[in-house]
Every structure is written in structure tokens, then in C-alpha cells.
Design a protein around this ligand. Structure first.
Ligand SMILES: *Cc1c(COP(=O)(O)O)cnc(C)c1O
Length: 421
């Protein structure tokens, strides 16, 4: 459920017609609904808190790191799962306590590790023994102890798109399941570390709960094994990954189904259960609005609807063959079949082929739905296009929460050495 609905044929974000935002800000533009964000944050939190005695929620901010989005989630009690030093500064800027932040990622460098220790990161999710040794040295030299979990690769196929699958043995993430207990033991002996838990994250846009169940069962067995050797495992981080429906009418397991599965698997664990949801919180909370530049006849009967948004603004279709519903902002009731493409000079700059859509013509506004996660955050300026702006709506209020960055600003950051002149 979201707060993007039609009133008299016009698509609104909460109480604001998208036509108003397009007139004021231009297109393409991302539009987020605060009420939808809050709703998803609460549905996920309430489903899990109803069945788990102790838990911690760390929003995976790479899904949508906009500062205003983070502010909303911080006010709902979410910490953050971060994967870079840049994301750490965002979490702090949003007012999230450092102690509520989980630091994931295979390539945290020495500077990022030191900054994490300095601000008192709640938990480093170590992705290798080497990283643990480096963090131990850094923390000890700073006179501190870094609180850590060990990320384990459970070698489970998440049955999602290959490019967003992270829990198979050939993926770069985590340590091999069979080596994990030994590594945990060795890292526990290091002075600069406080090993307190295990972490797992098998992929994104997961629509079948069974692979997650298999992974969590394996993690439970590993937890018991490590505890059996006299060590503490007080925190179990089960990652993120729960999928969202991208097609109208699609039925997927939701937070309550997920919570029921988690409750069943973790029964008797006696641990704080941690989660890192990203997409399920932000996905439905945003749309990307665009304007049709022209409708072009091609060699076949299916016309090309050329829009002013491109793969640099919304990369998921080009990257993962992802589907986003495409709707007219002002519905006429007419339909057409079309290929939806952007202006970029790449054939992969294609949002849909031979799609049945609301009829649109040059100048019309349209929106890609479920664009709140992995949308603006992946935007870039390829083809010297502007960086897409972001707007947040709250009831009748709305504001630009990230400016459009014009090509001139980017050009101004470039310099020509005098030996080229
Ligand atoms: C991306 C990521 C997540 C969030 O995944 P979603 O599918 O957006 O829920 C959680 N944890 C880690 C370590 C990640 O890399």
C-alpha cells in the first residue's frame, strides 16, 4: 500500500498533484511520500517486534540515502546499515546514533575502519579474517575495542537476479561457512575486537522465503557450534533482502510472512536479532516522474515512447532487466503498446519493450512506480545529463530534498592542465 493515488484522473503523491511538482521542479524527478515511508517502516518493525523479544533494525541506506529519507527513518527508531565512509557521515548527519549503525562491505579501507572506531560504530560486520585483523590493529592503536559480527556466506541460492545474489559460495561476500567457526575463534582472541555475533545477507528482491529459511537455519547451527566452544554469540544479524511487488496485483510474501518464518527459525536462540531492510522500506515510497519528449515510429508497429528520463536516472531496468510499472500522470483511459526508451545513446537505455501502457503523447507526464529504492541513489550524469532531483511530500506540503545538479556544475569541477593549452 502506498500514498500515490489518482484523484479525478490525476496522480497525486499524498495530497499533492504530481502536475504541480512537475511544473515547479521540471522532470525527470523522484517524488517520495513521507507517509508511505513511515507506513513501511512501521509495518516491518511491528511485524518483527510482535514475535521477537530483542531486535535491532538497521535501514540499508544504499537503497535510498537521501538525508530527508534518513531523518524520517531515524524518527521511526531505525539505525542504519552502511557500506562506506560516505554513508557513515550521512547516518550521523541524519542524527542516527553511531551505536545504531552497522558497517557492512567487503572493502572497508583503513581510513573508513578508523573513522568507524572513532565515532563508536555499533557493529562492524567483518567480511574476512584479514579485515578483522586490520580492524583489531587499528582499534587497539586507538585504545579501543571494535564491536563486531562475522559475516558468513551460507552458500544458499536466494533465487533472485544473479546480479543481486550475494550468498552463494562464488560471491565475494562473507567468509566461507566451513571456515567461519575457526575464524570467529581466532578473531575473538584479538585485543582490539569484541566479537559478539554472526551476520548473513543472501541477496536482494527475495520473493521466496525458503532460501532465507535455509540460510538462517545454517546460521543457527553455526551459532550453537561457536557457543559450544565457550564463546559469546549474543547478536544474530539476518540482513535484508525482502522483495517488493513491482507489478500491480503481484502477490509476494510480506513482512508478516517473513516475521513468522524468522520467529520459527530463531525460536530458542536467546540472541538479539538484527535486520538490514532496504528495498522493503523505501521501494514503494517513491515514483520517478518523467515527461514524454516524443513518440517515434520504428521499423515495427510498436512505437518508441521517448521520455526525458534515462538509464542514468533509473538504472535498474538496464542493470537487472527490472520491471517498473509505467503510468500516465493524467489518465485518459486509452491504452497503447509501446517501447519506452530514454535519450541516452545506448540500446540498454530501454525501460520496457512492447509494453501495454496508458496512452501517452509528446508533452505528457508519466511515472515509474516503486522507484524509491535503488533509484536516485544509483543516478549518474552519463551523456552529460543533469543529476536527477528529489522531492518529498508530506500531506499538502512538499519540498525539494535534493537539487538537480546541472551539467555546468559538473563541468566546473573539471580542470585542464596548462600543458594541454
Ligand atoms: C544491500 C544490502 C542490504 C539491503 O538489501 P535490500 O534488498 O534492499 O533489503 C542489507 N544488507 C547488506 C549487507 C546489503 O548489502
Amino acid at each position: 500500500m502506498d500514498h500515490f493515488n489518482y484523484r479525478d484522473g490525476v496522480l497525486f503523491a499524498e495530497d499533492v498533484p504530481l502536475t504541480t511538482i512537475a511544473a515547479a521542479v521540471g522532470t525527470p524527478v523522484y517524488v517520495y511520500s513521507r507517509a508511505t515511508l513511515i507506513r513501511h517502516a512501521r509495518v516491518f518493525r511491528d511485524a518483527l517486534s510482535a514475535v521477537l523479544p530483542r531486535m535491532h533494525l538497521a535501514y540499508a541506506m544504499k537503497a535510498n540515502p537521501n538525508l530527508s529519507v534518513l531523518k524520517v527513518l531515524a524518527s521511526e527508531g531505525y539505525g542504519a546499515d552502511i557500506v562506506s565512509g560516505g554513508e557513515l557521515e550521512r547516518a550521523l548527519a541524519a542524527g542516527m546514533p553511531a551505536g545504531d549503525v552497522v558497517f557492512s562491505g567487503v572493502g572497508k579501507d583503513a581510513g573508513e575502519l578508523a573513522r568507524g572506531v572513532e565515532v563508536g560504530i555499533g557493529q562492524f560486520n567483518l567480511e574476512s579474517e584479514e579485515e578483522g585483523e586490520e580492524l583489531a590493529r587499528i582499534a587497539a592503536s586507538m585504545g579501543g575495542r571494535a564491536v563486531c559480527a562475522l559475516r558468513v556466506n551460507p552458500d544458499v541460492d536466494a533465487k533472485t537476479h544473479a546480479k543481486i545474489s550475494t550468498g552463494k559460495s562464488e560471491n565475494k561476500f562473507g567468509v566461507a561457512y566451513d571456515r567461519a567457526a575457526g575464524i570467529y575463534l581466532r578473531l575473538s582472541a584479538l585485543e582490539g575486537l569484541e566479537m559478539r555475533g554472526l551476520a548473513v545477507h543472501i541477496g536482494s528482491q527475495i520473493t521466496d522465503l525458503d532460501p532465507s529459511r535455509q540460510a538462517f537455519i545454517k546460521m543457527g547451527a553455526l551459532m550453537r557450534d561457536i557457543r559450544g566452544q565457550g564463546l559469546t554469540v549474543s547478536h544474530m544479524d539476518l540482513g535484508g533482502g525482502l522483495g517488493v511487488p513491482y507489478k500491480a496485483g503481484e502477490e509476494l510474501p510480506g513482512p508478516e510472512d517473513y516475521a513468522a518464518m524468522v520467529a520459527q527459525v530463531t525460536d530458542g536462540w536467546d540472541a538479539t536479532i538484527m535486520f538490514e531492510p532496504g528495498r522493503v522500506i523505501a521501494g514503494n515510497s517513491g515514483v520517478m516522474m518523467t515527461r514524454v519528449i516524443r513518440v517515434k515510429q520504428g521499423a515495427t508497429n510498436t512505437p518508441f515512447v521517448v521520455i526525458d528520463a534515462a538509464m542514468n536516472d533509473l538504472a535498474r531496468p538496464a542493470l537487472y532487466d527490472a520491471w517498473h510499472d509505467f503510468v500516465a500522470v493524467e489518465k485518459t483511459g486509452e491504452r497503447m503498446s509501446a517501447n519506452i526508451v530514454g535519450p541516452i545513446c545506448e540500446s540498454t537505455d530501454t525501460f520496457a519493450m512492447a509494453r501495454d501502457i496508458d496512452a501517452v503523447k509528446a508533452g505528457d507526464l508519466a511515472a515509474f512506480r516503486t522507484a524509491g529504492a535503488y533509484g536516485a541513489t544509483m543516478a549518474n550524469t552519463y551523456n552529460s545529463r543533469p543529476l536527477v532531483p528529489e522531492v518529498m511530500v508530506d500531506g499538502e506540503k512538499w519540498a525539494i530534498v535534493a537539487n538537480r545538479i546541472e551539467p555546468a556544475t559538473i563541468l566546473a569541477a573539471e580542470t585542464v592542465p596548462d600543458w594541454l593549452d
